[in-house]
Design a protein. Structure first.
Length: 298
């Protein structure tokens, strides 16, 4: 497959006072063949990047429209990842990080963020439910490969990064949490840190599934076969208790048990947190992003 990439400067120059105080934003476009097409990413470089020579860890975030700028977001809400990193660095809780926010593809988001191995393992009746929601072919494997084998090498060439898995994270929420977990499991030598936030483990709405469907069983089987030993990796999982997240506690409990059975130790190798009163939306995720980043990158 042929890949064409372009790196374009998008915002304030590195020499401006604003860039020094708040970091600097670049834009990156990756044009790929089918089935992914063009991918747009916004790269945030922390304050001091242009004046120094140090190398930085990198965190890749899904739903990039909702990471930095409210005007680009779907609901005028953002994670504020640049502000979270800046706060944590000032408090001495983490080293500075580069944040790469990858835009979702709009209507194709569901099928691009869908863990393909779970689709393949599902029964025909369950796959039919997934197919109806996806309205096209599942492309999770191609997307993970794009992140691991094309976008990350581009970032590593363009910026002073710490390239090892221990300094490379991936974070997403809801379906973005699914694909972040999948990338973490599928590419353990690339992504050594993962934040799976308000993850929609059931892959679709419960009412849409056949009565005998056990989607969480698909996850249990997949994690047992593929999660592997910790090898220094860290996995964060969480959920709220309101709106869509009100369904998540029993689903997350089964995932926690599967991770534990794989030999991972809670609060050492993985975290699983419940946030009382938190809804399924960006303001709630922004409110706990400090917790997530501090635990993953301490």
């Amino acid at each position: 497959m042929r890949w064409i990439a372009a790196l374009l400067l998008a915002f304030a120059s590195a020499g401006s006072a604003q860039a020094q105080q708040g970091g600097r934003f670049d834009e990156m476009f990756v044009t790929a063949g089918a089935p992914i097409g063009e991918v747009h990413a916004t790269v945030w470089l922390p304050p001091g990047y242009d004046a120094g020579k140090q190398r930085y860890g990198v965190v890749y975030m899904q739903d990039g429209q909702n990471v930095f700028v409210p005007a680009r977001s779907g609901f005028n809400k953002v994670w504020g990842a640049d502000k979270a990193v800046t706060r944590l660095v000032a408090a001495g809780r983490i080293a500075p990080l580069i944040v790469v926010a990858i835009d979702h593809p709009g209507k194709a988001r569901y099928r691009q963020y869908f863990p393909q191995a779970l689709y393949a393992a599902a029964t025909p009746a369950v796959r039919a439910v997934f197919d109806k929601a996806a309205e096209g072919p599942i492309t999770g494997d191609a997307y993970v490969d794009l992140l691991a084998h094309t976008l990350k090498p581009m970032i590593d060439r363009a910026y002073r990064t710490r390239r090892d898995a221990a300094h490379t994270g991936i974070i997403g929420s809801s379906m973005g949490g699914l694909i972040s977990c999948y990338a973490f499991v599928r590419r353990p030598r690339v992504f050594g840190r993962a934040g799976c936030v308000s993850t929609h483990w059931l892959l679709t709405m419960p009412a849409d599934l056949p009565p005998d469907a056990d989607v969480l069983g698909l996850w249990e089987t997949y994690l047992a076969a593929n999660l592997g030993k910790t090898a220094g990796r860290r996995l964060w999982m969480d959920h709220g208790t309101e709106t869509l997240d009100a369904n998540y506690a029993p689903w997350q409990a089964r995932i926690d048990a599967a991770v534990t059975r794989a030999g991972w130790v809670r609060d050492r190798d993985f975290a699983s947190r419940e946030y009382k009163g938190a809804a399924h939306e960006e303001n709630a995720w922004a409110a706990r992003l400090d917790d997530i980043l501090a635990w993953l990158f301490a």
